[in-house]
Design a protein around this ligand. Structure first.
Ligand SMILES: [Zn+2]
Length: 76
């Protein structure tokens, strides 16, 4: 069985998954008249090249420390 790998957020080297961090929630655009939220646990990589603590993969739907999706931020 092959292990999933992601690009290390720090150096870009392919790194195995360490774990999936805590569950995070982002506010997204309304779905019809209902509020919508994105729920996800982002993978953390264990990079042998960086040799530091596990690093959380950055979501491509939100800024790094934001709790709003990019579409929601543009709309507001
Ligand atoms: Zn790295």
């Amino acid at each position: 069985m092959t292990q999933s790998k992601f690009e290390c957020p720090a150096c870009g080297h392919p790194a195995p998954v360490y774990d999936h961090g805590r569950k995070r929630i982002w506010r997204h655009l309304h779905f019809f008249q209902y509020e919508a939220y994105l729920h996800a646990r982002l993978p953390r990589t264990d990079c042998s090249k960086c040799n530091g603590p596990p690093k959380t993969k950055k979501p491509n739907w939100a800024s790094e420390r934001s709790c709003f999706s990019v579409y929601f931020e543009v709309f507001v």
